[in-house]
Design a protein around this ligand. Structure first.
Ligand code: EPU
Length: 434
């Protein structure tokens, strides 16, 4: 296992290229299975989650290969409905296979996802949608088995207690595109990743209207074609670098960004004193106001609200800003595993239910810290960049699931970040649990 050693104190400066979106690409790999023709996906980030998905798709019988640094070819002439348990159980996003398998081969078997470090993540809404469309669902020894042989169009509400579901909506759309009749999905997610999935499906011949709103209408077709599709830029990755620039009081240019996907986040940053300027299409200049940053309040919500996937990084930023910031987590109310680690670095944060109250402004100190999930890893790395001394981030395999070449990109921006084998860790930097 690798660790990252960060020596804090350098201001981020220079240009950084935004990669393709992981959360858009993953369901698109699954969507390629809806046709028996060849699909080419471009701007796919090089991440372990993507490689996992490719391996699963290959086990399902599709011919899949990487044909360029960020392009994949998927040709699923014939596929079967049983993804390999050992691979599927390792990656939550493999649930996105459910819709395409049920639609294309009328059967699917996927493991029921278990506990997750960011909180309770049931799939009841995914199953509800399929059931409403006539699928028979059973649970045997932790495996969800779906029989879609009698699927029909339906009018259904797919929202839940926490609002809309992103991958649940993706599954319902992918199931409906090959189901005869007109299916309406109310309470659908309107994240850019869902809009991009609909855009790809339309290129394949699907009939979808309402993408980007909470009400989608899908007219099932007999078959879909392959297509060539370019994945949208990763809005969460882009925002993570914006926070990095703000935390180090640096100045960077993000290249290949889709600024319109970052509305709620950019508003909070601007109000706090981060200067954002769209100097040319696809570029965003980021720097902090010389008069300093102000604390902020955020509530995470489904899109277009403030994304839960930026809550941990925003928490790290708040630690560097004098005053009280309040972060309320409404999507995953217990997604706060980064907080005990930030406390190890000298942060002052108290947790009251789903609210993190941060008294910022004190200089963070480097420490050995443990990454618990993807976004917590990013938050701890950013905290390390702003801290005094050395920070060692353990378990960065979480980071490699979702940030393409983050250590390399940070080095190009002037940060002192080194990837090392865990064996190189000096005893003084071992954590009590190691
Ligand atoms: N929910 C249910 N029942 C369901 C599905 C979801 O109650 O059947 C609840 C969840 O427990 C949560 C809320 O609904 O409280 C939203 O969950 P959602 O289904 O939207 O999450 P997801 O589709 O499993 C995707 C991203 C996550 C991101 C969330 C929220 C992918 C592959 N994953 O997950 O990304 O946090 O949407 O925006 O797209 C990440 O990239 O680090 C990550 C965790």
């Amino acid at each position: 296992m690798d660790i990252l050693r960060i020596r804090g104190g350098n201001k981020l400066a220079g240009e950084v290229e935004v990669s393709g979106s992981k959360n858009a690409a993953l369901p698109q790999f699954a969507a390629a299975l809806l046709s028996d023709q060849e699909t080419i996906l471009e701007n796919v980030p090089d991440l372990s989650d993507i490689r996992f998905m490719a391996e699963i798709i290959s086990h399902l019988g599709a011919d899949i290969s990487k044909i360029g640094p960020s392009s994949w070819k998927i040709h699923p002439l014939k596929i079967h409905p049983d993804p390999p348990y050992e691979l599927v159980r390792k990656m939550r996003a493999s649930i996105c296979l459910l819709g395409p398998l049920v639609a294309r081969v009328k059967r699917a078997k996927v493991p029921m996802p278990g506990g997750c470090v960011i909180g309770h993540r049931p799939i009841d809404l995914h199953l509800h949608a399929l059931k409403e469309m006539g699928a028979e669902i059973s649970l045997n020894q932790g495996i969800v088995e779906v029989d879609g042989s009698a699927m029909k169009a339906g009018n259904l509400f797919i929202g839940g207690r926490h609002g809309s579901t992103v991958t649940g909506t993706a599954n319902a759309i992918m199931a409906a595109v090959l189901t005869p009749g007109i299916t309406t999905l109310d309470g659908a997610a309107c994240e850019p990743e869902i809009v991009d999935l609909c855009c790809m499906l339309k290129k394949m011949g699907a009939k979808i209207s309402g993408a980007g709103s909470h009400l989608l209408s899908i007219e099932g077709v007999d078959q879909l074609n392959g297509c060539v599709h370019r994945v949208i830029p990763d809005r969460i990755e882009a925002a993570t670098y914006m926070i990095g620039a703000a935390m180090t009081r640096g100045k960077i240019v993000l290249k290949g960004i889709e600024a319109s996907h970052l509305g709620a986040f950019s508003k909070v940053m601007r109000e706090s004193g981060v200067l954002l300027n769209n100097s040319q299409k696809g570029n965003l200049d980021v720097q902090t106001d010389p008069s300093g940053l102000s604390p902020f309040e955020i509530i995470t919500l489904p899109y277009p609200g403030f994304p839960t996937d930026l809550q941990a990084q925003a928490c790290a930023l708040a630690c560097t800003i004098p005053g009280l910031s309040i972060l309320t987590e409404r999507v995953y109310p217990s997604r706060f595993m980064h907080i005990p680690e930030l406390l190890r670095m000298g942060a002052t944060v108290s947790l009251e239910g789903a609210n993190a109250i941060i008294k910022g402004g004190k200089k963070l100190n480097g420490a050995p810290v443990m990454a618990s999930d993807l976004r917590a890893s990013a938050a701890l790395i950013l905290a390390g960049l702003a801290a005094e001394g050395e920070t060692w981030v353990h378990r960065i395999y979480h980071l490699d699931r979702g940030y393409e070449f983050m250590d390399e990109k940070l080095r190009k921006l002037g940060a002192e970040v080194e990837r090392l084998p865990e064996s190189s860790l000096p005893p003084a930097f071992r954590r009590p649990t190691d």
